[in-house]
Each structure stands twice: as C-alpha cells, then as structure tokens.
Design a protein around this ligand. Structure first.
Ligand code: NAD
Length: 496
C-alpha cells in the first residue's frame, strides 16, 4: 500500500478506535453527563463506526456557558481582525493538512464518495479563508453625516451563536455556518447530525492544535429532539442558525422566537430544471444526471423536477434513462463507485416509499430505481430512478432526498415558468437554453433564492445562497451579507 494512504488509514483508525469519542466543550473532551452514547454507522456497510456522547440539556447548557465565557473573557471578541484571522488561517491550515484523514472520516460516516468528501473538506478551507479576508476589510466604525450630531455606527460581534447542521454535507456546512461567525469575533456551539458527528469532532482536535482559545468552538453531539432542541431553546445564545428540514426548521424558529434570538434557516427544496429545445441535449442530460446522482441525490438544492420542452421530451428522456442505467452504484471508498449509499436505512425507506406513493398517484415509471445490492456490503443502496407525469403528484411536490427526478413536458416559456414556480419551496432552479436572453429572462422570473443558467448546483464564495418560502429565511450564507449578519450594529451619538 502507498505509505501516505497507509499513514492516513492508521490515523483514521486511531481516531475511530477510541472506546467512546468525547464531545468538545470549553476546550475539554467530555462525555454526556448521564454517560449515554449513540452509535454512528458506515452507511455503505451498516456496521458501527464509533460511539459518541448522546448529550442532553445539561451538557448543552455547559457548552453555551463555555462559549459565553470565551466570548467575554478570552480576548477573542476584541482581538484585532488580523490577529483573529491569523488564528483562523492556522485552523484552515490544519484542516488542509489533515484533508486526507478528514475526507476518509467524512466518506465513511456520511456514505460520501471519497473524492466528493475531499472536495467538501477543501470547501471548508476556502470558506474560512473567504470570510477571514472579508473580516480584514470591513469597516468596523462608519461615521454618519447627520446634522447637529457627531455620530457613527460600530459593528460588534453578537456573542455565542448556535449551529445545528444536517448529515448530507456535515463538514462543508459547518464551514459555511461557523466561518463568518468566527471571523466576525463570535464564539460557536455546533450540534452535528446524529448520523454524521465524526468530522465535526475531529475539527475540535484541530481547533486545539491551531491554538484557538478554549470555548471559541464547542461541539455537542446527540439526538435532535434532545441536544438539538436544548440548543435551539437556549436563552444564552445571541444568534441561531439551522440547516435541515422545514419541519424541524419550524421548531427551531419557534424556540428561537421565544428567546427573541435572530435565526437563519436553510431548509429543503424541490428545484426545477427548465430545459428548452435549443440546448445541447447530450451535454444537458449529462449534467442533470450528474446532479441528481451526485451524493445520491441527497442535496437540498438539487433539480428534482425536470421540465422539458415537448419537442425534445422523448429524446431527452431516452438519453437520461441510458445514462442513469450506467451509473456505477457501490461502496463509497471503492474508486470505481460513482454513486454511494444513502445515509441510513431510514433514508433508503423514504426514497423507496416515495417511488411507491408516486406510482400509486399515477406517475409513470421511466426508470424503475429501487433498492440496490452491492456484493459484500450490507449498506443502504438505491438505484437512480425517473418518474413522469403531472406535477400534482406527491413525488413531484415533496422533497424525496434521493436519486429520483420527476419529468414533465411543457409547450411555452410562460407555462414553464408557471410550472417551475408551482411549489411550496423556493431554493434553487436552473434554466437551460442556448438563447441567453431567454435564459436570463426566465431565470429572473423564478420564485426562489437562486437561479442558475446552463448549470445546476453552482456555489461561489461571494454569491449569496439562500432559500425563501418553505426553503428558508434569514439572509442565507456564503456572502458578504452573511458576514454582516454575524455583527450587530451599535449607534454611537453625541449631540453637538
Ligand atoms: P433534519 O431536520 O431531520 O435534521 C437536521 C438537524 O436538526 C440534525 O442535526 C438533527 O439532529 C437536528 N434536529 C432534529 N430534530 C430537532 C429538534 N426537534 N430540535 C432541534 N434540532 C433538531 O434534517 P436532515 O434529515 O438531517 O437533513 C435533510 C434536510 O436538510 C433536507 O430537507 C435538506 O434539503 C435540508 N438541507 C438544506 C440545506 C440548505 O442549505 N438549504 C443544506 C443541506 C440540507
């Protein structure tokens, strides 16, 4: 075996072979107060990977207190941005240095194809560096030209901030969430998903190595209904950010509202791809099949409704069916694998159930999908599937979160826009056409946070990414405005 791979595997095994991993609170590694743990599994084999603390309200309270103490007393909040930035660059360096280890941990825990996991870890690094750069250039004090007053506004970090994240992009989403908060001088308490806590715990080790003051980053592990609910309702938090399902997002928003804590919600989606008849059919089919099978369709902003102009509908369907049939389903660490497992047995059942319900409501099955088996691996595998029919079908209205697309033909531009906007969600859509004027026109009529042209799943640091309606609220992530969200404004005035 290549010595670099061997050393990575040894380090991953060392990390996983601890009898029970600990959570990271106030710079210390702690068990749950009542000693309970939960098991996280490898979705590709179904086998246990590690035990982590199943924390409760008392543990979460301890973490919020640690974050509060660090905010008030560690010097983090008052540190000049370049000094804080230097520490955060050190953290980004540590993450980059440990990319191979983190990627393997992430791939094993989340069922992610290894190359995709590597991309996620690098994305964390890039996100951190992007927000550090902003923090160095934002004007902290802005003088105001107001008659009769000497006045200015000052930007100040809020304090301890809470973050609850899902299992589909565990490490990447931790980066999107905490990087602006930390760069602005806040402290954080992160609750990773119970299915994928490992990479976030590893981040705790790297935060120590990088020399971040104790309590600036805290990680509490546990179930949503206990640890998650305790964090969302904690009155000590100054900001809350939740990424996950709309159902839980509502609960988090309600709990935050009771404490008058500002909240960001990044929720699910049911995005459309609008495909006009002047596209390069082959290239468009390849990109959309690539998107719906990327991370086994467990992507909030995926194009799950494909609206295709009638004149090319049959050819487009045939092209996609052929491509999807040849997608190599397999174990996520096998280099030949194109599509790994879904995250859990529960998620596999959800995908299979939607296929049944969609057909029961009259959808046509263009490609059967269903459970897949991978020799020697008792994991949670499904095959890609295609359904077709009217958009009033449950499989066209609700988020499936698997490699399943729903097709429907359209005749006119106006009809395409109306079909695309006929959804409770509002996260991301794409428009595909060789006519860029038309593509832009349609893109601007979408009722959603994001419209992409001749591409899907496009993320660039500096372009705001947010959802509206059932897909979220609170300003979104990845932009300059996100950084500002993690500062509060204070007006300082002296009458002249
Ligand atoms: P989920 O809502 O079930 O869980 C998300 C997180 O919330 C987990 O950490 C979970 O432990 C926690 N949680 C569960 N119940 C809770 C409660 N009562 N109080 C507080 N926290 C609780 O979502 P999931 O199944 O992990 O993730 C899939 C969902 O996330 C999909 O809807 C997907 O579209 C969405 N998502 C959105 C984005 C985005 O940026 N808009 C990104 C990724 C995923």
């Amino acid at each position: 075996m290549n010595p670099t791979v061997e050393s990575t595997l040894t380090k991953v095994n060392e990390f996983l072979s601890q009898s029970s991993l600990k959570a990271f609170v106030g710079g210390e590694w702690v068990a749950a107060t009542d000693g309970t743990t939960l098991t996280t599994r490898d979705p590709g084999t179904g086998a246990p990977l590690a035990e982590v603390p199943a924390m409760g309200a008392q543990d979460v309270d301890r973490a919020v207190r640690a974050a509060t103490h660090a905010f008030r007393s560690s010097g983090w909040a008052e540190m000049p941005p370049n000094e804080r930035g230097a520490l955060l660059h050190r953290l980004a360096d540590e993450v980059e240095k440990h990319k191979a280890i983190l990627a393997r941990i992430e791939a094993s825990d989340a069922g992610k194809v290894l190359a995709q996991a590597e991309g996620d870890i690098q994305n964390f690094v890039d996100t951190m560096r992007y927000f550090i750069e902003i923090s160095l250039h934002v004007q902290r004090r802005t003088p105001l030209a107001v008659k009769g007053h000497e006045a200015s506004t000052v930007r100040i970090p809020w304090g301890p901030c809470g973050f609850i994240v899902p299992w589909n992009f565990p490490f990447l989403l931790v980066g999107w969430n905490i990087a602006p908060a930390l760069a602005a001088g806040n402290t954080v308490v992160i609750k990773p998903a119970e299915d994928t806590p490992l990479s976030t715990l590893y981040l705790g080790q790297l935060a120590q190595k990088a020399g971040l003051p104790s309590g600036v980053i805290n990680v509490v592990t546990g179930y949503g209904a206990t640890a998650g609910a305790a964090l969302a309702s904690h009155p000590g938090l100054k900001r809350m950010s939740f990424t996950g399902s709309p159902e839980v997002g509502r609960l988090v928003a309600e709990a935050s509202a009771r404490n008058l804590t500002p909240v960001k919600l990044e929720l699910g989606g049911k995005g459309a791809a609008v495909i006009f008849d002047d596209v390069d059919l082959d290239a468009t089919a390849a990109k959309l099949v690539g998107a719906i099978t990327f991370h086994t369709g467990q992507v909030c902003c995926d194009a799950t409704r494909w609206l295709v102009q009638r004149s090319i509908y049959d050819r487009f369907v045939n092209n996609c069916v052929d491509r999807m049939k040849s997608v190599q389903v397999g174990y996520q660490l096998d280099p030949a694998t194109q599509m790994g497992p879904v995250v859990s047995a529960k998620q596999r059942d959800r995908v299979l159930r939607y296929l049944e319900r969609g057909q029961a409501e009259g959808a046509e099955l263009l490609l059967a999908g269903g459970a897949a088996s991978v020799p020697g691996r008792d994991g949670f595998y499904v095959k890609p599937a295609l359904l077709a029919g009217g958009l009033d079908n449950v499989a066209a209205r609700e988020e499936i979160f698997g490699p399943v697309a729903y097709l429907t033909p359209f005749d006119s531009e106006a009809q395409a826009i109306s079909l695309a906007n006929d959804t409770d969600y509002g996260l991301a859509n794409s428009v595909w056409s060789a006519d860029l004027d038309r593509a832009r026109r349609v893109a601007e009529r979408m009722v959603a946070g994001n419209s992409w042209i001749n591409a899907h799943n496009v993320f660039a640091h500096g372009v705001p990414y947010a959802g509206i309606n059932k897909s979220g609220m609170g300003g979104g992530v990845l932009s300059f405005e996100t950084y500002l969200d993690y500062t509060r404004g204070l007006s300082v005035v002296r009458p002249l």
